[in-house]
Design a protein around this ligand. Structure first.
Ligand SMILES: Nc1ncnc2c1ncn2[C@@H]1O[C@H](COP(=O)(O)OP(=O)(O)OP(=O)(O)O)[C@@H](O)[C@H]1O
Ligand SMILES: [Mg+2]
Length: 276
């Protein structure tokens, strides 16, 4: 095992009871402080993979080591102190009577002092624009609000590793930006971020590493530019490139051959090209 990795998988395979192999032979080392995006088509195994990271699912074969702990022999409650997990379906998480209760629940389990609970919960709710609804029942929230509440509950925990499974799906652009800004802040504080997403603009803008899943296997693991340049893998995974890259590709016949990751980079490249 690589000692410095915060999460390692070795020959990780997983089959759901009575099902086909959802993961097969996955080897990964995720280092502290990385911002990893996991992408791939529907059913490629992304959610199954990240559920292994906090022991919600245990390997059928192979091992997952989280901060030195083998997930097969470590309780989920212990792993949850290291890996905070935002579910893809927010309705799986909601059981509290108020937004505040839900968002602060994990912190109470961690037995933090009242002042820290108050501060961390307020910060997290504010970050997802739910601080005005702290007394509302979670069931009275819209689906998008419930997704943000699920995000806030985990963000409040301030675990060293954050796993976000499609945190921005179904969110309007303001909420999407708020969730990403908070995630970027937490990453800036040194946290490891692992984000499953279908949003390639987010991948291009934020990820330092991209893992592409296909049929339960890792088919590509590299930096965003390199991944987006693997045209065959992008095609076979049904991944639509971010708009900035598609624009750049549309300009290929004019001698434009870069893979810009942000709007700023695209504009810069355009200006350079025009000047030439
Ligand atoms: N609870 C389950 N029981 C049986 N099979 C499952 C279960 N959950 C997922 N699967 C199967 O495991 C495979 C991987 O599914 P998974 O949910 O990990 O994919 P995903 O990449 O997260 O997809 P999506 O982008 O749609 O969220 C699929 O073939 C799926 O049908
Ligand atoms: Mg999924």
């Amino acid at each position: 095992m690589t000692t410095e990795a915060i999460i390692s998988t070795r020959d990780l395979s997983y089959s759901y009871p009575g099902g086909i192999a959802a993961l097969s032979g996955v080897y990964l080392d995720i280092l502290p402080g990385e911002f990893v995006a996991i992408i791939g088509s529907n059913g490629s195994g992304k959610t199954t993979l990240v559920k292994q990271f906090n022991g919600l699912l245990k390997p059928s074969q192979g091992h997952v080591i989280v901060d030195g702990l083998d997930t097969r022999t470590t309780r989920v409650s212990e792993l949850s102190r290291i890996v905070g997990f935002v579910f893809q379906n927010p309705d799986h998480q909601t059981f509290a009577y108020s937004v505040w209760e839900e968002a602060s629940f994990g912190l109470k389990l961690q037995r933090l002092d009242e002042e820290s609970i108050e501060r961390q919960t307020t910060d997290a709710l504010r970050a997802v624009a739910l601080d005005g609804l702290r007394d509302r029942h979670p069931r009275a929230l819209s689906r998008g609000q419930r997704q943000r509440l699920a995000t806030a509950s985990i963000l409040a925990l301030e675990t060293p590793v954050l796993v976000l499974d499609e945190p921005t799906t179904g969110q309007d652009s303001l909420s999407r930006r708020q969730i990403m800004e908070l995630t970027v802040d937490l990453h800036g504080e040194g946290r490891t971020v692992i984000m499953v997403t279908h949003d390639m603009s987010l991948v291009a803008e934020y990820a330092s590493r991209v893992i592409v899943m296909q049929d339960g296997q890792v088919v590509c693991d590299s930096q965003p530019k390199e991944v987006f340049e693997r045209e065959e893998i992008m095609k076979s995974s049904g991944i639509e490139l971010p708009p900035v890259i598609r624009i750049a590709r549309g300009l290929r016949e004019y001698g434009f051959s870069d893979t810009p990751l942000t709007q700023e980079e695209l504009v810069e490249n355009l200006i350079t090209a025009i000047r030439r």
